[in-house]
Design a protein around this ligand. Structure first.
Ligand SMILES: C[S@@+](CC[C@H](N)C(=O)[O-])C[C@H]1O[C@@H](n2cnc3c(N)ncnc32)[C@H](O)[C@@H]1O
Length: 426
């Protein structure tokens, strides 16, 4: 018999476009609520939080899994609020947790971290605690915007759509970023990343795609991606470049960092400082004046410099970040290696801070951390699932997990940052 497509293989009432009433039971990775349909299938609900009784519209229907979004709230879960940003009401999809109070957001995120450690690392009794709390609005100093190609105005994708929603305001953007969103035009461009130094006031944009008659406020450095053949650029004193080779500075933990247009830097300096403080706690008795540190996935040197390391290693694969790190760490004896962590020849050190991208350390990165023999390890992570998997590798390799701090770097969105403190046993 011919195989029915997924949508036809499910009971009537759960096809795409149909409405269901359900209770949201849990909050899961990706900022989704989890409930069940009347036949017991899991339903992942965009816009749902635990305790909600909601009417949802099914947007994808598979044999065992439905995806849906909230169309009506019958009974609100604890912490449900009206989104404070008017752009959400107008369809902006830039933030996915505006419907949850800030206090409940951190609780929900902490729960996801606890669940990940239990399910993936098989660790149930871990001390998982909220780290330093950070302001929930006007915080982002780095924002990637979509561009309405005709008008050249900046915005974000609409919720559940590829369409562009031009914004008049952005409540999570730092005021210096918001100023650029409001007062710039990039007709024809594909994407614009805005980066500012909150302390220094320096402002820069990285533009991808063809744009000729852009407008930016005075003093904003404009960097074009390499494929762009810049021809235009005028008004308000914006500068034009043939490649994204500009840089700006910001100050974190009393240290002034040079950050190139394409180098990674944490998206808020107060959050970067909170991470440095958390890593300091995580490294226990590590003394930066006498002990050696390996800053793996070290970027422009945030942790090595922020902790005040005098000697050790920074390992980073991006050329621009390595060039920045050389400037940012020039007063130290930290050796800077441009290399993938996985192919770096591990050196013996007293402490490791590892801050990989979303995919985490995985086996090869964890092998390098273990080979350093470090007494203390701080694992910084932006993905609870890869964090839990990596913790399991390190625990298997002879470390004990002391605690995990959850730092809400990105309020109003489901994203979460964690710092795990591990110590060598035996
Ligand atoms: C999450 S960022 C952290 C950077 C830095 N620790 C900070 O907080 O500013 C991850 C960094 O790892 C670098 N990276 C990505 N994959 C890498 C790899 N396999 N080996 C070394 N560095 C890598 C990226 O270029 C990026 O700078």
């Amino acid at each position: 018999m011919a195989q029915l497509p997924d949508n036809e293989s499910v009971a009537p009432g759960t096809a795409v476009g149909s409405a269901l009433t359900l209770a949201v039971e849990r909050f899961v990775a990706g900022g989704l609520g989890l409930g069940h349909d009347p036949d017991g299938r899991v339903v992942l609900v965009e816009g749902g939080i635990p305790g909600d009784e909601v009417v949802v519209e099914v947007v994808s229907s598979k044999k065992r899994l439905l995806q849906a979004h909230v169309v009506d709230v019958l009974t609100p879960g604890l912490g449900r609020i009206a989104p404070p940003c008017p752009e959400v009401e107008r369809g902006c999809g830039g933030c996915d947790l505006q419907h949850v109070s800030s206090e409940v957001q951190i609780n929900l995120k902490t729960q996801i971290v606890v669940d990940s450690l239990r399910r993936i690392a098989r660790l149930s009794d871990v001390q998982v605690r909220a780290g330093q709390s950070l302001s929930p609005f006007a915080y982002r100093t780095s924002v990637r915007c979509a561009v309405d190609r005709d008008s050249g105005r900046l915005g974000f994708r609409r919720a559940r759509s590829h369409q562009i929603h031009v914004v008049d305001q952005c409540m999570i953007a730092h005021p210096l970023v918001e100023g650029i969103i409001n007062d710039s035009l990039f007709p024809g461009a594909n994407e614009v990343t805005i980066r500012v130094g909150a302390v220094t006031g320096e402002r820069l944009v990285v533009v991808s795609g063809e744009t000729e008659d852009y407008e930016v406020p005075d003093g904003v450095t404009v960097c074009m991606t390499r494929s762009h053949h810049a021809r235009g650029g005028r008004k308000h004193g914006g500068r034009r470049r043939g490649a994204p080779d500009g840089h700006f500075h910001d100050v974190v933990a009393d240290h002034r960092f040079r950050i190139s247009a394409t180098s990674f830097f944490q998206a808020r300096p107060d959050g970067a400082e909170a991470l440095v403080d958390s890593v300091r706690r995580a490294l226990g008795e590590f003394d930066p004046t006498t002990d050696t540190l390996a800053d793996l996935y070290g970027g422009v040197g945030l942790f090595a410099a922020g902790l005040g390391a005098r000697s050790g290693y920074l390992v980073e694969s991006s050329g621009s970040a390595v060039a920045d790190a050389k400037v940012n760490l020039e007063a130290t004896e930290v050796k800077i290696n441009r290399s993938k962590v996985e192919t770096w020849q591990p050196a013996s050190v007293d402490a490791v801070v590892a801050d990989p991208a979303r995919r985490g350390l995985d086996k090869d990165g964890a092998r390098v951390v273990l080979a350093t023999g470090a007494q203390n390890v701080a694992l910084v992570s932006c993905d609870p699932a890869s964090m839990a998997r990596d913790v399991a590798f390190l625990v298997e390799g002879g470390y004990e997990l002391r605690w995990v701090e959850v730092i809400d770097m990105f309020p109003q969105t489901h994203h979460v940052e964690t710092v795990a403190s591990l110590v060598k046993v035996g």
